[in-house]
Design a protein around this ligand. Structure first.
Ligand SMILES: NC(=O)c1ccc[n+]([C@@H]2O[C@H](COP(=O)([O-])OP(=O)(O)OC[C@H]3O[C@@H](n4cnc5c(N)ncnc54)[C@H](OP(=O)(O)O)[C@@H]3O)[C@@H](O)[C@H]2O)c1
Length: 251
C-alpha cells in the first residue's frame, strides 16, 4: 500500500492529482483550506481511503499542528511499501513591484509557498525514517523558479527557494540508510484558478500580463486532468528523484 499526502487538493492541479491518486491501494491524505466534495463522493463510492484535512498553510501555527498530526498518522500506518509527500499548494499573490507589497501578504506567501513545504517535509522524513519503506517527496515548482518575472518577486523567490530546498534534501539524504528521493517539478502553464487570477492583474503590477492572456486565448494552457496524469506517472517512475529539478514538459 502507498501512503500519499497531497496539499492543495481542493481545486486546480491538486484536485486533478487527487482524483488520479484516489485508489483502494492508497491511503490518501489531502490538505487545503476548503473541502473537495467531488473527491469525497468518489472516495465513498469507490471504497478508497481518503483523509481530508482543512488547514491554512499560510498560518505557521496551523502548519505546525498539521505537521505533528500527520507525523503521528505516518508513524502509525501499517503495511506501507511507499510513503509520498506532494507539496502542491501554492499561490502567485501578492503581485506587484516589491516596493508596493505589504508585509503581511508577502510573509504569508513565503509561508505558504516555501515554509509550509519545508515543515511538512521535515515531519514526513522524521516520521518515516525508521519505516524501511520507500519515500518520495515531490515539490510542485514553477518555471518562475528558474527565471525572473517582474511583479512576481514573492512567488519566483519562494519557488526558487523550493528548488534549492529540494536539492538540499537530496544532499542530506545521500548519506542516510533509507535515503528519501526528492524532486522539484515545474508543471507548465496549467488552466486553473491561478492562471485566471494572473490574467486579471493590471499591467502596471504585472507587465507580462498580455502574454498570459494570449496563452489562454490561443488555447495554449495545459488541462489540469492531463497534466495530473503525467505527474502521477512521473511520480511512479523507477528513476524518480534522479533529476532533482525537472519540468513535466520535458517528459
Ligand atoms: N497553474 C499554473 O499555470 C502553474 C504554473 C506553475 C506552477 N504552478 C504550481 O502548481 C501548484 C498548483 O497550482 P494551481 O494552478 O492548481 O493553483 P490553484 O488552482 O489556485 O489551486 C491552489 C491550491 O492550493 C491551495 N491553497 C492555496 N492557498 C492555500 C493556503 N493558504 N492553505 C492551504 N491550501 C492553500 C488551494 O486550496 P484552498 O484555496 O482551498 O486552500 C488549492 O487547492 C502551485 O504550487 C503552483 O505554484 C501552477
Amino acid at each position: 500500500m502507498q501512503f500519499v499526502i497531497l496539499t492543495g487538493a481542493s481545486r486546480g492541479l491538486g484536485a486533478a492529482m487527487a482524483a488520479q491518486l484516489l485508489s483502494p491501494s492508497r491511503q490518501l491524505v489531502c490538505v487545503a483550506r476548503s473541502p473537495n466534495e467531488a473527491l469525497a463522493t468518489r472516495a465513498r463510492a469507490s471504497g478508497a481511503r481518503l483523509d481530508y484535512r482543512l488547514c491554512d498553510l499560510a498560518d505557521a501555527t496551523g502548519v505546525t499542528r498539521l505537521a505533528d498530526s500527520l507525523g503521528q498518522a505516518l508513524r502509525s500506518a501499517g503495511g506501507v511499501s511507499r510513503f509520498v509527500l506532494i507539496n502542491n499548494a501554492g499561490a502567485v499573490e501578492p503581485i506587484g513591484r516589491i516596493e508596493t507589497l505589504a508585509a503581511a501578504p508577502l510573509t504569508a506567501a513565503l509561508q505558504l509557498n516555501l515554509a509550509a513545504a519545508m515543515l511538512l517535509t521535515a515531519s514526513f522524513l522524521a516520521a518515516t525514517d525508521a519505516s524501511g519503506a520507500e519515500r518520495r517527496v515531490l515539490n510542485i515548482s514553477s518555471g518562475a523558479a528558474r527565471y525572473p518575472v517582474a511583479g512576481w518577486s514573492a512567488y519566483c523567490s519562494a519557488k526558487a527557494a523550493l528548488d534549492m530546498f529540494t536539492r538540499c534534501i537530496v544532499a542530506e539524504q545521500a548519506s542516510r540508510p533509507n535515503a528519501a528521493r526528492a524532486c522539484s517539478l515545474a508543471p507548465g502553464v496549467v488552466d486553473t484558478d491561478m492562471q485566471a487570477s494572473i490574467r486579471a492583474v493590471d499591467a502596471a503590477d504585472f507587465p507580462s500580463v498580455e502574454r498570459f492572456r494570449k496563452l489562454k486565448a490561443d488555447g495554449a494552457l495545459g488541462a489540469p486532468g492531463e497534466i495530473a496524469v503525467r505527474i502521477v506517472a512521473y511520480l511512479e517512475r523507477d528513476d524518480f528523484g534522479e533529476r532533482e529539478i525537472d519540468d513535466i514538459r520535458e517528459h
